[in-house]
Design a protein around this ligand. Sequence first.
Ligand code: DAH
Length: 355
Amino acid sequence: MTTAEYSHALHTLVEDLTTALKTATSLEKLETLRTEYLGKKGSFTQLGKQIKDIAGSDKKEAGQILNKAKQQIEDLLAAAQETIATKQAWIDLTIPGKKPEVGHMHPVSQAMEEITHIFEQIGFTRVRYPEVDWDWYVFEALNMPKSHPARDEWETFFVDAPTDDQKGKMVLTTHTSNGQVREMERLHSKPPIRMINIARCYRRQQDATHTQMFHQFEGLVVDKGITIQHLKGTLDYFAEQFYGPGTKSRIRPFHFQFTEPSFEVDFSCHICHGTGYLDDKEEQKCRFCKSGWHEVGGAGMVHPNVLKAGGIDPDEYTGFAFGWGVERTYTLKEGLNLDDIRLLYSGDLRFLHQF
Ligand code: DAH
């Protein structure tokens, strides 16, 4: 063997060790490597023995190269040992662990849970009906015959699907009122009915107070002897439960095809307590509501034609219904003061984390 070959073999050995040390992260692994290289049968030790094969005149130089390589190997192992020892010494077991981020229900889902709970307390059953439904349930059965102008109030998305002979076209539900006749059918036209239907609705509109997809909740009660008093009592109960004690409800005459009489429903403003003013002298108008009340939705006594469409005899039974948007109802809660409901669907975690 020439000195050059010997030197090359030693050099390769040192390089191999350098590579092996990169993945040696424990003292045990380091000891194994030390034995593999410097032990009695170790690769360096074996190579050291081969010096005898080198010609006499070159032996001195080869010996120097051998010593240098040994020193390098020892230095590498010592450095690695130091690194591992330092790292181990710095594991601080008292540092609190990293907590995985925990998500929570979307504010709109929270509102729906709360609404469900409030109505379940007084005997309503939560139901859900298709969000893509027949024209019949969305309009026709609700006393809105084809071509009736009242239909224009609902900016409807029509679905490109085959038309049913009896039930007409398919639409994305514009309101949860489609659940009224469906609920009458589910109960085989046999009251009592006390339903709360919460579902997604869709309309062709988008601005600070409207999103194309939103949620509504719809109440329907049908039984013998149901009157406006039951409706008003239910609205007052909801107002206090959802917005807090002292909140009042108000009904104003309005028109809907599916109720007679029909009303718009307002809740008293929690900031000015229904007065419309922030001070006793009535000089400072409440900016949140302007009039003391927030309009939230519609209600009324179920129209006889709707009961008939659900197979219920209007001479025997009466009912009330109400319905409005979950998002709108929710944003009026004290402390929320949300002026753009599109934020709810922005998917912005900086916003959502606040709820
Ligand atoms: N469906 C109506 C809308 O989307 C709201 C409504 C009004 C629901 C009167 C009712 C009701 O149940 O009785 O605007």
